[in-house]
Design a binder for this molecule. Structure first.
Ligand SMILES: [Zn+2]
Ligand SMILES: [Zn+2]
Length: 160
């Protein structure tokens, strides 16, 4: 985590931004919650524990800056809330997401599954792809298992 922090510090420096204590606290929270998809308010509440004097506007501006610098991805899963997702070190695309429409859980696929699709788009549309977003909406394995216990027999009847 220290190494990633240093790397982000360098990225800011090369683009003539300073890692102020407020920015550092914000990045720390993102690193500590790498698997989560936090909203600006979520980040703010966690940053406040480290830097009580910080305001929501500062956290929000920092997140927007990190998004511009492609250190975080700003994503929206269709619930109207922007969430901030730390980009994996060296990743040149934002990872894919699986959003469960029942329990709201979000899983990540880090492997880039769109290589072939990108090749087709680049060749047929002469379009140079820089990034893409991919979110699947469906029912997670946990919800399927929970449902399966009650509904399996009736859904099997429907199939046969
Ligand atoms: Zn994610
Ligand atoms: Zn689920």
């Amino acid at each position: 985590m220290k190494a990633r922090m240093d790397q982000i510090k360098n990225e800011l420096h090369t683009k003539s931004y300073k890692l102020t204590p407020q920015r550092e606290a914000t990045v720390e929270v993102l690193l500590e919650n790498e698997k989560d998809h936090l909203s600006a308010e979520d980040v703010y509440l966690l940053v406040k524990e480290k830097a009580p004097e910080i305001g929501l506007a500062t956290v929000y501006r920092t997140l927007e800056l990190l998004n511009e610098l492609e250190i975080v991805d700003k994503i929206n899963f269709g619930d109207g809330v922007s969430r901030y997702d730390l980009r994996k070190e060296g990743a040149n695309h934002s990872h894919h997401h699986l959003v469960c429409i029942q329990c709201g859980s979000v899983s990540e696929i880090e492997e880039d599954l769109l290589g072939d699709v990108e090749r087709i788009v680049e060749e047929e549309w002469i379009f140079k792809i820089k990034d893409h977003r991919l979110t699947f909406h469906g029912i997670c394995s946990g919800c399927q298992a929970a449902q399966g216990k009650g509904a399996e027999s009736s859904s099997l009847k429907a199939v046969y």
